[in-house]
Design a protein around this ligand. Structure first.
Ligand SMILES: Cc1ncc(COP(=O)(O)O)c(C=O)c1O
Length: 430
């Protein structure tokens, strides 16, 4: 390991990390011949719509769906144009609509909450705990007679406490929609994330572990949820054996959006899916190497994010907590000066859509129509939910956390330099 220079880079010393930081586009950074081959093959066939295909022309989008379904062990997977639309399709399929509440954690990308609003339901924000994921106790506390669903989010690549969340949801008869946008390939107790809830939702947007540029997926074991999610995602009902036949059963046909994935994205997804095991293996080993160099720092006051199931972590990042907000600010400034790709998961002065305290338009109950719906819903006697004094525990935890990305393309030298930088800063400040 590189020797620790006593003077911090922020104080004029030499930086510990002298190699360039690799952007956190795990699959995106690897786009190459396989992606080109799949996309060019699609373009050569000159048919880019996944449905209503010419005789004998297989759909790459369907093949990509099968890859995800087979991997996680679910009966059905439905490709969409984003995770947000996968969430909207899943919530609607699960019967979430006007007058209902959906519980979401305070630490998630805004679209977990926005998806509930798009269904004209109201998001209720619950605390996270020191795992960075939904606090099961606060989830249970926030349940009301209007609650219909919960969206546990496997945030920053790590699983939620699915045993407890499923138990609470089952006791209260709530739908569970896993937001697995950030943890594709992660597991909990050996079972793949996205296979626990009524539905799982994936993102293949460019910053995710594997990417189709934009894209998403709904996974489920329930045929009726699959049918309804298909209905929501394709207003043209091209997924039906006979598009124009009357409904085969009540609830088969209703309104829908157009959230379909195109064949170009499906082709990219197929090629990226083949990279997934290698990406996960490399991120986990890179993370393991950095963390091994930091173990003794726990005694100095660095608390690693609690892993609900370390085996199931995808390894996309390292998060640790410091005793005070001031220390976390000092650490982030000093680590950045050392050359590390570091950030605050939450800082009240730094806008970010991943923490509820920054969801200003929700806190201020802003709506595109003057009636203020769905916050001011007659089913709630016009009483909007209060988003004031939102989740203080989450704000405290996240504002003391420090976050470091672990792109799979890091070399051993990169990893050792990150560990050296964290050691250097810790020895200076703790
Ligand atoms: C936790 C989480 N949920 C949902 C989404 C939305 O994904 P998409 O951009 O595919 O709609 C994201 C994307 O950043 C996310 O991080």
């Amino acid at each position: 390991m590189t020797p620790i220079s006593s003077k911090l880079a922020i104080d004029g010393g030499p930086p510990a990390k002298t190699t360039p930081n690799i952007p956190m586009y795990p699959g995106g950074n690897e786009i190459g011949e396989e992606e080109k081959r799949e996309v060019l093959d699609t373009l050569d066939k000159k048919y880019l719509f996944r449905y209503c295909r010419p005789q004998g022309l297989a759909s790459k989008t369907s093949a990509f769906e099968k890859c995800i379904a087979d991997m996680i062990g679910c009966r059905y997977a439905l490709a969409t144009n984003a995770c947000t639309s996968a969430l909207i399709s899943s919530l609607t399929a699960c019967g979430v609509g006007p007058g209902h509440e959906v519980i979401v954690p305070a630490f998630t990308y805004w679209s977990s909450a926005s998806a509930a609003l798009c269904c004209r339901a109201v998001p209720i924000v619950a605390e996270i705990d020191d795992s960075g994921t939904l606090d099961p106790d606060d989830f249970e506390r926030k349940i009301t007679p209007r609650t219909r669903a919960v969206i546990p989010v496997h945030m920053r690549g790590s699983p939620c406490d699915m045993d407890r969340i499923m138990d609470i949801a089952q006791r209260h008869k709530l739908a569970v929609i896993e937001d697995n946008a950030q943890a594709c390939g992660g597991t909990y107790k050996g079972k793949y994330l996205g296979s626990f809830g009524d539905c799982g939702c994936f993102s293949f947007q460019y910053y995710k572990i594997i990417t189709t540029g934009e894209g998403g997926m709904v996974t489920t074991n329930d045929e009726s949820l699959y049918v309804k999610a298909q209905m929501v995602h394709d207003s043209a009902v091209c997924w039906r054996p006979d598009r124009f036949a009357p409904a085969r059963f009540p609830g088969e046909l209703f309104w829908g959006y157009d959230f379909r994935m195109s064949e170009v994205e499906g082709a990219l997804g197929l090629a990226q899916f083949r990279r997934l095991p290698g990406l996960l293996e490399r991120m986990r080993s890179r993370k393991g190497r950095i963390v091994a160099g930091l173990e003794d720092l726990v005694a100095k006051g660095i608390t690693p994010r609690r892993q609900i199931d370390p085996e199931g972590d995808t390894g996309i990042c390292i998060m640790f907590m410091l005793p005070t907000v001031e220390l976390s600010e000092q650490f982030v400034r000093a680590l950045a000066a050392e050359g590390v790709d570091v950030m605050h998961p939450y800082h009240e002065d730094i806008p970010d859509w991943h923490v509820a305290h920054h969801w200003r338009h929700m806190i201020d109950l802003v709506t595109p129509t003057p009636e203020g719906y769905p916050y001011r819903d007659p089913a709630r006697s016009g009483q909007p939910p209060s988003y004031r004094d939102l989740c203080p525990k989450s704000a405290d935890i996240l504002s003391r956390m420090v976050h470091i990305n672990v792109p799979p393309q890091m070399t051993d030298t990169d990893c050792d330099m990150v560990a050296t930088a964290v050691r250097k800063v810790t020895h200076a400040y703790l």
